[in-house]
Design a protein. Structure first.
Length: 318
């Protein structure tokens, strides 16, 4: 057997390079974005500004058309005076399709904000209608209670959605068509409109973007903070520690260097002036005393560091 063959067999083998991560198919990546929390390791490349405008326009146009067409062209909804679209959906469209990363545009805020506000508005309108023969003179009071109460309810539920205030206001000021719906107002148009607009948002907002950020509760994200680079003093301390380990015995036998002159203590004239002038405010005195203590501690640390460097330099020379 040739003599070089065993040596060749003992040569270190080059490790194989790890296989490159393959991107997910587009349809899987598209569906993963709908989960929220952005679990995909490689978010899509941010599109150009005009592309965002195009998708926002199309999403808002289609969602509004789906709700407005049956309201005005369907014989059934027209005959029964059931509207599928209300004014607050316009503000919702701005949040859902124009500011998709905002906490106000997430599904929890969207659903709970509209439903809780609609329920509160219907309750207020029902109470005023049953308690007063002619509720119109007190319509100002019912409107005020509807809006202010809906804000508090959304704050308690942790689902503030600004269009919800308009939903509550419409329930008490929308006219006979809205008043006659009663509690059906929660289902149609509120819940139906919310579902349609959310479905359109999931379809269009995940084309080159991510929606939602979260569905029900925002998860705590751990942010990796880069370590602070060591300062020149810290580097010198580490180098001195290594040199001290190598020349420990030589450092013990060598004569210790003359002590460095101590740094001057901070002047106490200002503090004595404060003590003799009682007209000066006490908070200023406390701040000055704290500053003096910090300066003393810093001086002590510098003195210790200088003595340590002097001893290590002498040990290195010996």
């Amino acid at each position: 057997m040739p003599g070089w063959l065993p040596a060749l067999c003992r040569l270190p083998r080059r490790p194989l390079a790890p296989p490159a991560s393959q991107p997910l198919p587009y349809y899987r990546d598209y569906l993963i974005r709908m989960r929220g929390h952005h679990k995909h390791p490689a978010p899509p490349r941010p599109p150009r500004t005009w592309v965002i405008h195009v998708w926002s326009f199309l999403a808002a146009f289609i969602a509004t058309a789906i709700l407005a067409l049956p309201t005005y062209l369907s014989n059934y909804f027209t005959a029964h005076n059931i509207p599928l679209i209300i004014g607050s959906f316009g503000a919702t469209a701005v949040l859902l399709y124009g500011s998709i990363d905002s906490p106000l545009a997430q599904p929890r805020n969207l659903v709970l904000g509209h439903l809780s506000s609609a329920l509160w508005g219907v309750i207020i309108n029902t109470i005023f209608t049953a308690a007063v023969t002619d509720p119109e003179p007190l319509r100002w009071l019912s409107c005020s209670l509807a809006v202010s109460g809906s804000i508090v309810i959304m704050q308690i539920l942790g689902s503030v959605h600004p269009p919800g205030g308009a939903t509550a206001l419409i329930a008490v000021s929308g006219g006979p068509v809205i008043y006659d719906l009663g509690f059906l107002y929660l289902a149609v148009p509120v819940l139906l409109g919310v579902v349609v607009m959310l479905a359109v948002a999931l379809i269009f907002n995940n084309i080159q973007r991510h929606y939602p950020v979260y569905w029900w509760k925002k998860k705590n994200q751990v942010v990796a903070v880069p370590a602070r680079p060591p300062t020149s003093l810290e580097k010198s301390e580490d180098e001195d520690d290594g040199a001290a380990t190598v020349g420990q015995s030589a450092a013990d036998e060598s004569p210790r260097p003359s002590p460095r002159p101590a740094l001057a203590e901070p002047p106490l004239a200002a503090l004595q002036w404060v003590n003799t002038n009682e007209s000066w405010a006490d908070p200023q005195l406390a701040v000055l005393e704290q500053t003096m203590q910090q300066l003393r501690a810093e001086n002590q640390r510098l003195l210790t560091l200088l003595e340590h460097q002097g001893s290590q330099s002498s040990a290195t020379i010996v």
